[in-house]
Write a protein that binds this ligand. Structure first.
Ligand code: SF4
Ligand code: SF4
Length: 367
C-alpha cells in the first residue's frame, strides 16, 4: 500500500487500491484514504452538529458560514514527532510544526481531490488563518480543536488544546468540507484530560495563561507567537513614534530579524511555545519517549500549585466555572475523568513487556 508523505503524485485509484477492489468513498473508505496518504488520525463530524454547537454562539465558527452545501467535515490529524519535545530549546518544534502542517494540508488536499473526482465537491479549510472580523485574537473560520472533538478524536485539556488519547495535544488538525453526507463519528463523553489533579500544563506555562478549562489568549500569545501579528504591533508603534536613531537601532534588532524570519518561514509567528504540549502525560508517545525527559517542570512555582489547587476545590464544590459551563462541558467530556490515561499506561507497559519477552525469545533462538 503506498504511504508516501502526502501521497506524492500517485493517482488516487492507486492510493485507494486495497489489493482487490478500489475502495468506495463512504465514511470508512474516506478514512482509509486519508490514512493511506499519511494521516495519523481521521474522524468525521456532521455539518449539522457543527452548525448547532458553535464554540461561541455569539461568534459562530460554523461550516454554514463558509458554505451552505457542506454536509460533512472530514478531520485530518497529523502528530508532531515526539523527538521535538526532547530538545533543549523550542527551535526543533517550531520548524517541525511547519513541516507537519504542510504534510497535513497536502493530505487534506488529496482527500478533497478524490472526493471531487468521485462527484462530491469538497475543499480544505485554512487551518491556521484568523478571521479579522472575529474577536480580537486568533480565531479561525472554524475551530480545528472543536472539529476534532466533534469528530470523536479527543476532548479538551485544561489548557483547551484537544487531547487525543493516542498523542495527547501533540497534533495539528485540519478539515475537509464536503457536500457528501458521511456517517459521522460519535463525540467522546469520557474526559481524556486528567484534570485539576494533574495541572502539569498549568505548572509549565511560562506566562501563567492556563485557566480552568480555558486560556488567556493574549498572555499565551506573548510566548506562543513571539513574532506574531499582535507582538509586532508595539515594535511598529515604536518605529513610527521614534526618532532617527531609534529607528536605526530597531532595524538592527533581533525583533526585526525575528519578524523577517516569521514572514519568510512562519517560524516564530505561532506555535512558538511547546511547553504545555511537551509535559502533557496523555498518549503513548509520552509514555514511550517523554516520561523521563519531562518529569521535572522547571517553571513550576508555589503560586501555580496554589492556582491548580483552587481549580480542584472549585470543581469539587460545584462552583460556577466558565470553562465547565453547560455549553462547554460537551467538549471537556461530560462523563468526567474515568482513568483513560492509567488504562492506557497499563496497556502500554503490558505491550512493552510482551515485546521484551518476544525479543529475548528471538535472541535465544538465534543462539
Ligand atoms: S503555548 Fe506556552 S504560553 Fe501558551 S498556554 Fe501553552 S505553555 Fe502557556
Ligand atoms: S497536562 Fe494534565 S491537566 Fe493539562 S491537559 Fe494534559 S492531562 Fe490535562
Amino acid at each position: 500500500m503506498p504511504t508516501s508523505a502526502g501521497g506524492g503524485t500517485l493517482p488516487i485509484e492507486m492510493i485507494m487500491d486495497d489489493g482487490d477492489d478500489v475502495a468506495k468513498l463512504d465514511a470508512d473508505g474516506v478514512k482509509q484514504l486519508a490514512r493511506n496518504l499519511g494521516a495519523d488520525l481521521v474522524g468525521i463530524a456532521s455539518a449539522k452538529t457543527l452548525n448547532a454547537f458553535p464554540p461561541d454562539p455569539l461568534w459562530p465558527q460554523t461550516p454554514e458560514r463558509i458554505s451552505q452545501n457542506c454536509r460533512s467535515v472530514i478531520v485530518i490529524v497529523c502528530r508532531i514527532p515526539v523527538a521535538a519535545f526532547r530538545c533543549k530549546s523550542s527551535v526543533a518544534v517550531q520548524y517541525l510544526d511547519m513541516l507537519v502542517m504542510r504534510r497535513m494540508d497536502k493530505i487534506a488536499y488529496r482527500v478533497a481531490e478524490a472526493l471531487e473526482q468521485d462527484g462530491h465537491p469538497s475543499f480544505v479549510t485554512a487551518a491556521q488563518e484568523t478571521d479579522w472580523d472575529y474577536k480580537r485574537a486568533s480565531y479561525g473560520r472554524l475551530s480545528t480543536r472543536h472539529l476534532g472533538i466533534e469528530a470523536g478524536l479527543g476532548t479538551f485539556g485544561l489548557e483547551v488544546n484537544i487531547l487525543t488519547p493516542e498523542f495527547g495535544p501533540r497534533v495539528y488538525l485540519t478539515g475537509v468540507l464536503t457536500d457528501l453526507e458521511l456517517e459521522p463519528d460519535q463525540i467522546m463523553t469520557e474526559q481524556v484530560c486528567i484534570g485539576e489533579s494533574c495541572s502539569r500544563c498549568l505548572h509549565s506555562c511560562p506566562t501563567n495563561a492556563v485557566k480552568h478549562f480555558g486560556i488567556d489568549k493574549r498572555d499565551c500569545a506573548s510566548e506562543a507567537q513571539e513574532f506574531g501579528f499582535m507582538t509586532s504591533l508595539p515594535i511598529w508603534e515604536k518605529f513610527i513614534d521614534g526618532d532617527a536613531e531609534t529607528r536605526k537601532q530597531l532595524f538592527k534588532s533581533r525583533d526585526i530579524y525575528g519578524f523577517w524570519q516569521g514572514l519568510l518561514r512562519v517560524v516564530g509567528s505561532f506555535g512558538d511555545c511547546p511547553r504545555c504540549l511537551a509535559v502533557c502525560p496523555v498518549g503513548n508517545d509520552y509514555h514511550a519517549f517523554l516520561t523521563e525527559h519531562q518529569k521535572v517542570i522547571p517553571e513550576k512555582t508555589d503560586d501555580k500549585v496554589a492556582k491548580a489547587k483552587g481549580f480542584k476545590q472549585a470543581r469539587k464544590a460545584g462552583d460556577e466555572i466558565d470553562g465547565l459551563n453547560e455549553w462547554n462541558r460537551r467538549w471537556v467530556g461530560p462523563d468526567g475523568y474515568q482513568g483513560i490515561v492509567a488504562r492506557q499506561l497499563k496497556e502500554f507497559r503490558e505491550m512493552q513487556s510482551e515485546r521484551a519477552g518476544a525479543s529475548s525469545e528471538d535472541a535465544e533462538t538465534a543462539e
